[in-house]
Design a protein around this ligand. Structure first.
Ligand code: DGJ
Length: 730
């Protein structure tokens, strides 16, 4: 039986086949082949049990075609065979000096580790391979889980200490990805800073090593745990792309290394920086998941495959999740100046516009009237909310909206009751300064008592009140990462245990409150990754809500993360960089993901209200296509004066196009926009809500994709939307 997949990311007339058996094993030649409609991945064993990588790329169907794994010959005493073979998961041992997957020290100081195959288990699309050191019972299980709908492979490892002595892990990586040997590859990655996340970089892969990482304690604004390496000739639609994303919200690292013999190796997992993790006899450590996939159709398909995986297989409710509601958040309007009366007034206005989720941001608790105090004291401020939150929540619910609340549970201001009571609860080194950032310190979530405090605080709020949504913030990086209460050799476990406990709290909260939704925010996009996505419904993309800047940030974000996960607000102008754009333009930018409003509604005119009501109603008609459909980046704001994005719905019945013009010169028409992902034979009725489309009636998919359509975009920061309705009933 063959499984037919209707593809999310190719034109609908395409179907591809995943073989009935995704994982095949040739026991005679000891080769594994993992094949889906999109990609294949192969490994093999040498006669002496070394597990070698054999293939990663487009789909192969015949395992017999693959050459068996074999030992190479030394080239010289400087180039031993171990450095020429693409080992699947090399320990640091023997003459291996490329980036290892695992590096350890035994109790007596012995650091040599050479891993060999012991056994394997296969169940459905999951394969576990056991490796063991050639002498000692130090074992590693390599896990492989194939997702046939996207061809993406989840890889991670579990390291077990079966010896009778403690071993110390110095580097524990999730996986090594080997590219087909050769040169000329290009690395694409996302970098940035607070207020300017997800800027796109593209550079040649050359000999030596490029390091993408966070040492900051959280995922970080500076680099995203994602990569895409292409064959040097790729673009949005063409070319071979190998891509991956590491699912970890703490210190992570991805290295891209090209050896002198044209092997390109991507190694990712826990950041070895300041990492020491002891494993006592019988203990084990599981590494983060490192997802990897392949696209034969450029960066566009690579993104769509990753988006599909995120929506279908990673985020909490999968494809059963409700569409992201239209949200209102008063942070930019009121900052800390929140009150029951003020929030009720904003809620009444938001409800009239069609908002569905009303969120109270920072400032509702403790003595929190500025950044200087209150974090950690999670009781409702009685002056600001004399009736607790209940009266406001009831009011919001009566207006037909859900209620959401901002929290930053991992932090404490020194000026708080919590800190006065538990100064030892923060990450610190004894008798050393405690660096404050935004006047706050980081609670040591690695401690079980802190973990329980945070769980109980949030559980209490979610149990006491009808809270549908937490905006979970985290507003500083780590410093002085000490944990003096545990023995010195365990103190650096903090980096790992902090994140494990964070996930654990989120998991328990979701289990106990199944309707509760969460947003991962860290001063904007500081904690965006596929690890935390298992527990949250969306990400706050950036504190920079200025629309033109956002076009770039959102384009970068979309390389790795699905539009549904991208929280976008319409805010007031001028904002951040003093630029002014029309309300329509701001709405059309924010509609690229999960639409929200963060403006001061008290200042909006009647005309603003009408515009917003119209735009929100429009968004609700197209949001299923935007949030659950397939994204095509037609023209990039990084390279084009006129940029465009298109979304096609899963059933192929609707497509949505947004076009943005940065600036115009007198009488210079905007270029025709050629669509993608349509059925060339189908007819589409064009709807132009703003009347800027210079075409009407029905057009064929072929014409729309080959000739394109034109727009009247005659202003600076001008934008238009088009809805395409498939009319031939298919
Ligand atoms: C940083 C967030 O990114 C903002 O949206 C806002 O919630 C502030 N923190 C509140 O302190």
């Amino acid at each position: 039986m063959r499984r037919v997949i209707a593809l999310c990311c190719l034109p609908l007339f395409f179907t591809l086949h995943t073989p009935a058996q995704v994982i095949q094993f040739d026991s005679g030649r000891r080769i594994w082949l993992i094949t889906t409609a999109y990609s294949s991945y192969a490994m093999g064993l040498t006669p002496d049990g070394e597990l070698q990588h054999l293939y990663w790329g487009g789909p192969l169907s015949r395992i017999a075609d693959l050459p068996p794994a074999q030992r190479r010959r030394d080239i010289s005493s400087f180039d031993p065979h171990q450095m020429l073979e693409n080992e699947e998961y090399p320990g640091w041992g023997g003459p291996r000096f490329y980036e290892p997957a695992l590096k350890i020290t035994r109790a007596g100081g012995n650091r040599d580790l050479v891993l060999q195959y012991v056994s394997h288990r296969q169940e459905g699309n999951r394969l576990d391979i056991e490796l063991k050191d050639i002498r000692d019972p130090i074992q590693v299980t390599l896990h492989y889980l194939a997702y046939p709908d996207t061809g993406i492979l989840a890889r991670w490892s579990t390291i077990h200490n079966q010896t009778s002595q403690t071993i110390t892990l110095e580097s524990a990586q999730s996986a090594v990805w080997n590219l087909p040997p050769g040169a000329g590859y290009y690395l694409n990655y996302l970098s940035g800073r607070w207020g300017a996340e997800d800027q796109i970089n593209r550079e040649p892969v050359r000999e030596g090593m490029k390091v993408l990482e966070s040492r900051l304690g959280h995922t970080g604004h500076n680099l995203s745990p994602w990569f895409a390496i292409d064959d040097g000739e790729a673009n949005e639609d063409f070319g071979r792309v190998w891509f991956g994303a590491l699912a970890w919200s703490g210190n992570w690292r991805i290295t891209v290394e090209q050896t002198p013999y044209q092997q390109v190796r991507i190694v990712g997992g826990f950041n070895p920086f300041d990492f020491l993790y002891p494993l006592n006899p019988g203990e084990s450590l599981e590494t983060p998941v490192f997802y990897g996939g392949f696209s034969a159709h450029g960066w566009g398909e690579a993104s769509r495959l990753l988006h599909r995986l995120e929506l279908q297989d990673i985020e909490p409710h999968g494809l059963q999740a409700r569409p992201r509601p239209v949200l209102y958040n008063s942070w930019e309007a009121t900052e800390f100046n929140v009150s029951e009366e003020g929030q009720k007034a904003l809620a009444a206005k938001a409800a009239k516009l069609g908002v569905e989720l009303f969120v109270v941001d920072d400032g509702w608790f403790g003595e929190r009237s500025s950044e200087h105090a209150g974090l950690g004291d999670w009781y409702v401020n009685p002056q600001k909310f004399p009736h607790g939150l209940a009266s406001l929540i009831t009011y919001v619910n009566q207006l037909g909206m859900d209620f959401g609340l901002w929290v930053e549970p991992e932090m404490v201001n020194p000026n708080s009751d919590l800190y006065r009571k538990h100064p030892d609860w923060v990450i610190h080194f004894p008798n050393r300064p405690r660096s404050e950032l935004r006047y706050q310190l980081v609670l040591n979530l690695a401690r079980d008592d802190v973990k329980e405090f945070i769980f109980n605080t949030l559980d209490h709020l979610a149990s006491q009140y009808n809270i549908r949504y937490f905006k979970w913030d985290m507003n500083r990086i780590f410093s002085e990462p000490g944990w003096p209460e545990v023995p010195p050799n365990e103190q650096r476990e903090l980096w790992v245990r902090y994140v494990q406990n964070l996930y654990d709290i989120m998991r328990r909260l979701r289990e106990k409150h199944p309707n509760l939704e969460m947003e991962s925010c860290s001063g904007g996009g500081g904690r965006v990754d596929l690890g935390i996505l298992r527990y949250v419904d969306e990400f706050w993309t950036s504190d920079n809500t200025e629309a033109f800047d956002r076009l770039h940030i959102q384009n970068g974000f979309s390389q790795a993360y699905a539009p549904k996960l991208m929280s976008d607000w319409v805010t007031d102008v001028p904002n951040m960089n003093h630029r002014s754009t029309s309300l329509e333009y701001r709405f059309l930018v924010a509609m690229q993901g999960a639409l929200g409003i963060g403006a001061n509604l008290n200042k909006w005119t009647e005309q603003d209200n009408q515009t917003a009501t119209r735009m929100i109603a429009l968004y609700k008609r197209i949001r299923n296509t935007i949030q659950f459909g397939n994204l095509y980046r037609l023209l990039s704001p990084w390279t084009h004066d006129v940029s465009a994005v298109e979304y096609t719905s899963q059933d192929g019945k609707q497509a949505v196009l947004f076009v943005y013009r940065h600036s115009q010169e007198f009488n210079t028409p905007a270029p025709a926009i050629r669509l993608a992902g349509l059925d060339p034979k189908a007819l589409y009725r064009l709807e132009s809500p703003d009347g800027k489309l210079q075409a009407s009636g029905e057009l064929s998919g072929a014409f729309l994709m080959q000739n394109g359509i034109n727009f009247r975009l005659s202003d600076d920061y001008d934008a238009a939307a088009v809805i395409l309705h498939r009319v031939d009933g298919n």
